[in-house]
Every structure is written in structure tokens, then in C-alpha cells.
Design a protein around this ligand. Structure first.
Ligand code: WTA
Length: 651
């Protein structure tokens, strides 16, 4: 973000206080902040008591071996029991848990009682396949109810799941299966994407080829397309038909691993972020209830994320279901079969809370106000945003056009690593400021530090840190304690470094400014520059590659790649388009379509410092069509002229 945009942002004068009516009935009251301030751990104890524990904890937080935290020490619970069975036992078995809307328009409704039977059958089926507590299960599914059932079935038997986004390639899937040493993979023949079936099973076949540790592949039939079949494949519907629909859930330790979720870091190798049970569920449920002002008996909540991302874990599966919410899940894209699909869904189900990403909001803005105007959106009460900074204009549009100038908008900052929301206004309490995530949630400690680790004064920027351990914090990186310490806890002593830049405005409110490391944020998805560079260099024609995230109006950032081709690639300019296409497709194949560069530029040189480090800042200037900045530290200061000349003449 340029300094100019930044100072514009910080002069944002518009304020949106909650209406009196909303404030009077709000779930979250202002005294939450005082309670948490007065007794932070006591505050978290109280939040944890909203869950059902088999055995109470004896200690709220054990922080004697930082940065390895233990929350609710000695407590035991079953996460799936908390998300499903207890609602049935409380007499809410007939409440809808899931309204499923398939992309082709097929629908399915699951009540809590039905969900209980499905999850029980799936838990029995997994047990029959030999899955035991502690074994890892990989899940590679479209957004269908079976995705949620699978995750809960794993949680129920204490088998940590590793959900891999269905848009990732077979090699990305394979490396995640290998890293977690998964025993079973749950997938589908395919899912519907932009009006057509998109296959998933072939990617799994490729990914598990030769991996003997994978004992079974459970396959959900979704599209009915042909699939290749091997001895270890089992149809989901057959396995579940054979399974009993009653399953006794055993309690597990509060620190029992619940899931691993891979996320891009600054190196080529994705990090397996580890989350455990009691603290994670406590914070997911607490934030979901308070930030969305949830009234489970009458609300219809909808989060548009995919379960392949952490937002889907915490705010589709665990938070909402722990709270007994009724929710919508949607399989497809916002423009299939038409650009009003989201609004049609809101109208059809009477959605009360909508949680989506700034990229989607900016796209809807571009498509125009007329489209949402065709639908009745008056059921909406709270709008949420997550995944990237939301610019004030998009925020105001979201509130005005989607929220009828009436609904609070909550901009929620958090990460895969934090497990649940950390910074967000509270609807009914906070006077909202468009573009700012504003304040730490009650119970959370944050600050913005300068290079030396001192808190910056209001009006200044620096690095966002979390100053206190929190219940849903990651417990580490799967199999790599050193990397955990090094990545998050070494930059500032005793504090968690989030990797984001932030600024405090004159009121002390927080403005998120994007990543300060080599992680890009494209449409709210984290991508590592290094990972894409390695994918490019793995292509036989590429000698060297540098990747930058350039500002993009819609997707926030876009992947721009600069490549030097190998001398023996026999490249001449007439092939430029073909080579560029080949390289873009190669990245999509290696990592997934989300990582496909918007632009690939073939260059003769890359700008490097004398120590050989690529100066991405200068490449970003080129990618964003800006005057190239200070080149004095380059080993060869003429390189940038060469690159610009080459690009303008198409060389
Ligand atoms: C960015 C997604 C600004 C941030 C939940 C963070 C945001 C990364 C916001 C985590 C927000 C997320 N405002 N930036 N409200 N929410 N981010 O792990 O850079 O996929 O570090 O988790 O997204 O991405 P992740």
C-alpha cells in the first residue's frame, strides 16, 4: 500500500455507531472488555464453561514452557459431541444445522438429529477402516455436507484431520498427505464448479500413488462421473450404509490434536499449523457468538468460505455448530448460473449473518448495485469481512447496498495460526470505522511495535504482535518445533509476531496494512512467493524466477512473475505467448489454479543486491507500473533499465 493511500485511510472520518435498537438487544455488551481486563484468565474460564466438558480443567493456562501453551489443563471433552449431540440432548434435534445449496441447484437439509446420525455412521465407518485416535485423516472434498460430516467424524474419534483445499493440485495434496503421514484420505468423484462437474478423484489417485501408508481412500459420490478404482478405494455411501448410526463419543484431553491445516509461509514448504481441542473450540464459539450477535434459535448464518481454509474450519464447522446455529453452505461460485446467486441464496433462506471476503465484495461492487437490488436482503442483520484489508469504499458499499444502510459490518482480523478472530469490532458496542478492524476482542492482547520492539504511539505504524497467549492459538508446526519458535516467537521477545504490518490511528484503532514478509494475499488466500518461484524453476525452460504480489483492484494482490529462461530453451520472441501460457499452466498444475500468475514477464536479468538477494521491491514497482525506486544497492544498477526496456519492446 502506498503512503498516499495510507494517509487517506487514516483520515477516514465516517463513523457508524450501532443503532439503539441493536445495542439494546446485542449479545455482546461493553462490559465484556472490563471483565476481560479485570481477570483475563477468569474471563476465558467463563467462555470455556459455555462448552460441555466431561471433566473440568484444573488450570486455565500453563505457560511454563513458552511458546508451547496448554489451555484448560486436565479438562476433557469431545469436540463433535459439543457441536452436535448436546444440541440434540437439549431438545433441539429438529433444528436445521445445515441448509446445503449445490451449485446446480440441488438442495439438502440436515437437522441436528440427522447430523448426529451421519456423524456417528461416519465415525463408525472410519473406525471400521482401522482409524484410531491420533491417526491423521486427509480430507479433499468440495463444499458438500459430507465435508462437515467427515471433519466431525474425525473429531469424534480423536483422529486429527488435515483438510486440503479442493483447488490444490495433486502434488500439493501429496506433499500434505506425506507431511502429516495420513492413513486415510476422504474425497469425492468431483464437485460442481462454474456449471460443470470438476473431477477430484484423479488428483487423489496421483497423490497417493506409491504411498503405502495410505490404507484407504473413501470416495463420496457427488457428480456421478467415472472414476478409476483401486483396492484401497471405498465408496462413502457403502461404508456408511454398513455402519451403525449410534456412536458413543469418548472424551479427549483438552490438548488432544484436533486438526492440522497447511498454510503458506515464507519458504517453499507449507507449514502444518496444529490446533488442539478445548481452547480452540472455546474461542471459535465465543467469537462466533459475540461478533455475529448470534441468536441460534432464529438466525440463519452463512459463511461463504471453503472448508479448505481456516475460515471454513472455525466459522462453518466448529464455531457455528458448537453454538447450535442454523447455517447455509454453498458449493459453487458467486456467478453461477448468474451474478445474483449469493443474493438469491440470502433471500431464499432468510440469511441473517453473512461472512465473506473483501475480494468478493469488490467483485460485487464492480458488477453493480442493480444485481443485489433485485433481491430481498432485509433479513440480514450483521455483515462480516475476513481475509485481507477491506478498503473503506468497499466497506461502505457492503453496508449500504447489501446491508440496507442498517447492518453493522465487522472487519475481523485473524489467521490460520490464531485459530479464531483476534481483532474485530463488536456489533452493538463499537462505533464502526470503515476500513479498520479497530480493537482487540475482549481477552486478547495486541500491540504494534517498531523495529526495536517498542510499542508505537498512536498515529504510527509498525508490526502487529499478540502480547498474550490465547486459547485458540496454534500449538506448533506439525513436526517442526524449531520452525514454530523461529517463525513466530523470535522477532520480538515473548511475543507472537503475526507477519502483518499495522498502524494505530489517533484513537488507537488498528488498521491492517498487509503482510510484511514474502507472503502474498490473493483474494484472501495466502500464497508464498518462494513456493511459486520454486514451482517456476521446476520447469525445464526456467533458469531463475522472482515473484511479487502486485496491487490488484479486485483480488487485493495478484501474482506477477519475472523469469529468466535457460539459454538452451531455444527461446525466441515469436514463442513468447506460448511460453508464458506454458509457465502459468505449470504453476497451476504444481500448486493449484489460485497460484497461477496473472502475469509472467520474460526478462534477461533480475535485480539483485551485492549479496545476491533479489530486490522484489523494485520488481513490484515494475509490476505496478510505478517509477522504479532507489536502485543504489543493486549490484548492477543498469539491470532495471534493461528490464523496463525489454518489457516495453516486448523482449
Ligand atoms: C490477512 C484467514 C486485514 C492477514 C483468516 C493475515 C487480514 C492473513 C484480515 C491470514 C483482515 C486476514 N484485515 N488482513 N480482516 N484477515 N487478513 O491464515 O495478512 O488464510 O496474516 O487466515 O490474512 O490469512 P489466513
Amino acid at each position: 500500500m502506498s503512503n498516499e493511500t495510507l494517509s487517506n485511510l487514516l483520515h477516514e472520518e465516517r463513523r457508524f455507531p450501532p443503532s439503539e435498537e441493536f445495542a439494546a438487544h446485542a449479545v455482546a455488551k461493553a462490559d465484556l472488555y472490563e471483565q476481560a481486563q479485570a481477570d483475563r484468565l477468569g474471563f476465558w474460564d467463563e467462555q470455556a464453561r459455555a462448552l460441555s466438558w466431561a471433566q473440568p480443567w484444573t488450570q486455565t493456562l500453563d505457560w511454563t514452557n513458552p511458546p508451547f501453551a496448554k489451555w484448560f489443563v486436565g479438562g476433557t471433552l469431545n469436540v463433535a459431541y459439543n457441536c452436535v449431540d448436546r444440541h440434540v440432548e437439549a431438545g433441539n434435534g429438529d433444528r436445521v444445522a445445515i441448509h446445503f445449496e449445490g451449485e446446480p441447484g440441488d438442495t439438502r437439509t440436515l437437522t441436528y438429529a440427522e447430523l448426529q446420525r451421519e456423524v456417528s455412521k461416519a465415525a463408525n465407518a472410519l473406525t471400521a477402516l482401522g482409524v484410531q485416535a491420533g491417526d491423521r485423516v486427509a480430507i479433499y472434498l468440495p463444499m458438500i455436507p459430507e465435508a462437515i460430516v467427515s471433519m466431525l467424524a474425525c473429531a469424534r474419534i480423536g483422529a486429527p484431520h488435515s483438510v486440503v483445499f479442493g483447488g490444490f493440485s495433486s502434488s500439493a495434496l501429496r506433499s500434505r498427505i506425506e507431511d502429516a503421514d495420513a492413513r486415510v484420505v476422504i474425497t469425492a468423484d468431483g464437485g460442481y464448479r462454474r456449471g460443470a462437474p470438476a473431477a477430484l478423484k484423479p488428483a487423489v489417485d496421483e497423490a497417493v500413488d506409491g504411498l503405502d501408508a495410505v490404507r484407504s481412500v473413501l470416495v463420496v459420490r457427488r457428480t456421478g462421473q467415472d472414476v478409476a478404482w483401486t483396492d484401497r478405494d471405498v465408496w462413502w455411501h457403502e461404508a456408511l450404509e454398513a455402519a451403525d448410526d449410534v456412536h458413543e463419543a469418548q472424551p479427549f484431553d483438552a490438548e488432544h490434536p484436533l486438526f492440522i491445516l497447511y498454510t503458506s509461509g515464507t519458504t517453499g514448504k507449507p507449514k502444518g499449523i496444529l490446533h488442539t481441542s478445548g481452547g480452540y473450540l472455546t474461542q471459535a464459539a465465543y467469537t462466533h457468538r459475540n461478533v455475529f450477535d448470534l441468536r441460534p434459535e432464529r438466525d440463519v448464518y452463512w459463511c461463504t468460505a471453503d472448508i479448505g481454509w481456516v475460515t471454513g474450519h472455525s466459522y462453518i464447522v466448529y464455531g457455528p455448530l458448537a453454538n447450535g446455529a442454523t447455517q447455509v453452505i454453498y458449493e459453487g461460485t458467486p456467478d453461477t448460473p448468474h451474478r445474483g446467486r449469493f443474493w438469491e441464496i440470502v433471500q431464499k433462506y432468510g440469511v441473517t449473518q453473512l461472512y465473506t471476503a473483501p475480494t468478493a465484495i469488490r467483485t460485487f461492487m464492480k458488477w453493480g448495485d442493480d444485481i443485489p437490488a433485485e433481491f430481498d436482503l432485509s433479513s440480514l442483520r450483521v455483515l462480516g469481512s475476513v481475509g485481507e484489508p477491506i478498503n473503506p469504499e468497499a466497506w461502505v458499499w457492503y453496508r449500504r447496498v447489501i446491508g440496507g444502510d442498517r447492518t453493522p459490518v465487522v472487519d475481523t482480523w485473524w489467521q490460520t495460526e490464531t485459530g479464531a478472530m483476534m481483532i474485530s469490532p463488536l456489533p452493538g458496542v463499537t462505533a464502526a470505522k470503515p476500513g479498520s478492524a479497530q480493537v482487540a476482542l475482549p481477552g486478547i492482547g495486541i500491540d504494534v511495535l517498531d523495529d526495536e520492539g517498542h510499542p508505537v504511539p498512536n498515529g504510527s505504524g509498525g508490526y502487529l504482535v499478540l502480547t498474550e497467549p490465547w486459547p485458540s492459538m496454534l500449538r506448533g508446526i506439525w513436526g517442526d518445533d524449531e520452525r514454530y519458535k523461529e517463525t513466530y516467537w523470535s522477532r520480538f521477545k515473548g511475543m507472537y509476531f503475526a507477519g502483518d504490518g499495522a498502524k494505530k490511528d489517533e484513537d488507537g484503532d488498528i488498521w491492517l496494512l498487509g503482510r510484511v514478509d514474502d507472503v502474498m494475499n490473493v483474494s484472501g488466500h495466502r500464497l508464498s512467493t518462494t513456493e511459486i518461484e520454486s514451482a517456476l524453476v521446476s520447469h525445464p525452460k526456467v533458469a531463475e524466477a522472482a515473484v511479487v504480489g502486485a496491487t490488484d483492484e479486485t483480488t487485493g494482490q495478484a501474482v506477477c512473475a519475472f523469469v529468466i529462461l535457460r539459454g538452451d530453451a531455444g527461446y525466441d520472441e515469436s514463442q513468447a505467448d506460448a511460453v508464458i501460457k506454458e509457465l502459468r499452466d505449470h504453476v497451476a498444475h504444481e500448486i493449484g489454479p489460485i497460484a497461477k500468475p496473472r502475469q509472467v514477464m520474460v526478462v534477461a536479468e533480475l535485480p539483485k543486491t551485492r549479496s545476491g538477494k533479489i530486490m522484489r521491491r523494485l520488481l513490484r514497482d515494475v509490476a505496478e507500473n510505478r517509477q522504479v525506486g532507489d536502485v543504489t544497492t543493486l549490484a548492477d544498477s543498469t539491470v532495471m533499465d534493461l528490464i523496463k526496456q525489454g518489457l516495453s519492446t516486448g523482449k
